[in-house]
Design a protein. Sequence first.
Length: 167
Amino acid sequence: MKAKDAQLINRGVDSELDAEERKLFDKMLVENPDAVDMSRAFESIGDDIRNDSTQSASPDPYAAWQDIRREIRQSERTSDERFASGARLGWAGAVAALLVVGVLALSSWRLLNGAAPELAFSDTAASRVDWVETGIPGATTMIYTDVETDMIVIWMDVAQTGESRDT
């Protein structure tokens, strides 16, 4: 179909034809089935456009601008929060690494200077036991220092009777 015929059909569907063009348009619809199909397609497109324009209200420019500004603020806030959290993690990692290096350096310095590691308990506190309470009737205790290990031993002797203790 020629472009000239398509323009005639388009203007005919839109009712923009004068009397002479209208006769030519009607004749084309009778003689040419492709013209009928194109006319129906143009009418369908026009109906769709009219339906869409009546169903959707035109957007408020002020509301649209507010939506744009809100999106910008949210994207700035998330990028700032990501930077701040990354900076905090960076500082925390640096402080932890500094502490580890400090402890290792101090330990190395003490070992190189011949300082022996100190035990967590005091020898004087462990060398004296005044008494032991067993809570078992008839039990006797013996306290002594083992010569080989230099540890205090608390020995308990329980008299065996024929009775069961689980009762």
